[in-house]
Design a protein around this ligand. Structure first.
Ligand code: S3P
Length: 445
């Protein structure tokens, strides 16, 4: 079983490019495959999650050619042949691996097809709630059976159906649920509207626009008219700010550190992490250099002594994936950090409230656990120990960052899971651990 061995660092002067955005890579594979022609996708994230979605689109008839690969992982630049919304029945069940995004978006797309399909995933994905999509899709007329051992869980067996449009008020703020319904809405006769309780990441809406599919937004309600065919286009995926977050925290918490992250996605529904780290005391400059479609830019961050903060309820959906590493920053900061209204963390790849709290405590942090979050009393020194990722990529990476600030050696066990979102993380971590000279260094994916 693979592991990371991490010791404390005393300097960090670097320029990084993190791999492509996971959310956008899933969507680019799906919309490219539904489009009316050939699309070139650049800087696709060659992670297990996104490769599974790409494989699913190929199994549904959208063939794909790899133009460039990230050695040992998968496609970076690729050409996908869109099927003009006419997918073909897959020969076998579709594997979504560890990915909630892959399964939920594909289920939305498959709900209104004239053929049957089945989606399955690993043990973690098979225990995550799928009824949050099967209920609204069922209201649209879809026939989806949750065949998991746990009620409401995968495998999902989807029977042929003709969909009708609905207006659906989502009980939880989830971009995956919103996107599943919008994709199903593309195949429904009429206008489908989804109302979110709070703003969630809007990559689906932006990417639909890039493919010339119209959506309308009124407050937190988003509508789509069925029957539109995505127009083929080329799409370059920016770096994933959720992957950048690990290095942002490492630099923020190390006084004297300087880090430049280039070509990162700076979509405002994803950048709350920058506001939080600024509030905690990090000095930061983010500059958008490409503002069409998805904003892309550079982030320069300088480390400083950090102080605790309160995460606002409205910020939670905007930084849900960054909370594990924000909790690490909080343990390194002076004072109290409050993270509440984040019950959704309990249904991610692991129960991230309990995995973060237990791992932080194992390293010497003082943390209180709540049903919907945690309160971290920062400033207690962290010590190295053995940490389990529990198979959760973001837990593995967040605690690798904690190890950079702990006395002794931190061993993170069960780290192969990082490939679900950040192929090459181990190489980037290694470069930081090896930085001995005073010179800056540059890292590409
Ligand atoms: C994602 C949405 C988020 C996030 C996930 C990716 C997406 O989940 O946690 O990693 O690509 O739509 P929610 O459905 O909770 O918003």
């Amino acid at each position: 079983m693979s592991e990371f061995r991490v010791t404390a660092i005393s300097k960090l002067h670097a320029e990084f490019t993190v791999p492509g955005d996971k959310s956008m890579s899933h969507r680019a594979a799906i919309l490219g495959g539904l489009s009316n022609g050939v699309c070139v996708i650049r800087n696709f994230l060659p992670s297990e999650d996104c490769c599974n979605t790409l494989n699913a689109m190929q199994a549904l008839g959208a063939s794909c050619e790899i133009l460039d690969e990230l050695a040992g992982y998968g496609p970076l630049n690729l050409r996908i042949h869109g099927q003009s919304m006419r997918l073909s029945a897959p020969a076998a069940a579709l594997d979504c691996g560890n990915s909630g995004t892959g399964m939920r978006l594909l289920a939305g797309m498959l709900a209104g097809q004239a053929f049957a399909s089945e989606l399955y995933g690993d043990a973690s994905l098979s225990s995550r709630p799928m009824n949050r999509i099967t209920v609204p899709l069922g209201q649209m007329g879809a026939h989806i059976e949750c065949r998991g051992d746990k009620p409401g869980c995968a495998p999902l067996v989807i029977q042929p159906a003709k969909l009708r449009p609905i207006t659906y008020e989502m009980p939880v703020a989830s971009a995956q649920v919103k996107s599943a319904i919008l994709l199903a809405g593309l195949f429904a006769d009429g206008t489908t509207t989804v109302i979110q309780p709070a703003a969630t990441r809007d990559h689906t809406e932006r990417m639909l626009a890039a493919f010339h599919v119209t959506t309308r937004q009124l407050g937190n309600a988003i509508s789509i008219d069925g029957g539109q065919i995505p127009a083929a286009c080329d799409f370059t995926v920016p770096g994933d700010i959720s992957s950048a977050a690990f290095w942002l925290v490492a630099a923020a918490a190390l006084p004297g550190a300087r880090l430049l992250l280039t070509d990162v996605g700076l979509n405002p529904t994803r950048t709350a992490i920058l506001k939080v780290l600024s509030r905690m005391g990090a000095r930061m400059l983010d500059v958008v250099h490409h503002a069409q479609g998805e904003p892309i830019g550079n982030i320069e961050i300088h480390g400083a002594p950090l102080k605790g903060t309160t995460i606002l309820a409205s910020e939670v959906p905007n930084l849900i994936d960054e909370i594990p590493v924000i909790a690490v920053a909080a343990a390194l900061a002076d004072g109290r950090t409050v993270i509440r209204n984040a019950r959704e963390l309990r249904v991610k790849e692991t129960d991230r409230i309990s995995t973060v709290v237990n791992n932080l405590r194992a390293m010497g942090a003082v943390v209180e656990e709540f049903d919907d979050g945690m309160e971290i009393h920062g400033g207690h020194p962290l010590h190295g120990t053995q940490i389990d990722s529990f198979g959760d990529h973001r837990i593995a990476m967040a605690f690798a960052i904690a190890g950079l600030f702990a006395t002794g050696e931190t061993i993170i066990r069960n780290t192969a899971c990082v490939n679900t979102s950040y192929p090459g993380f181990a190489r980037h971590l290694d470069a930081i651990l090896q930085q001995r000279s005073n010179s800056d260094f540059t890292l590409r994916p």
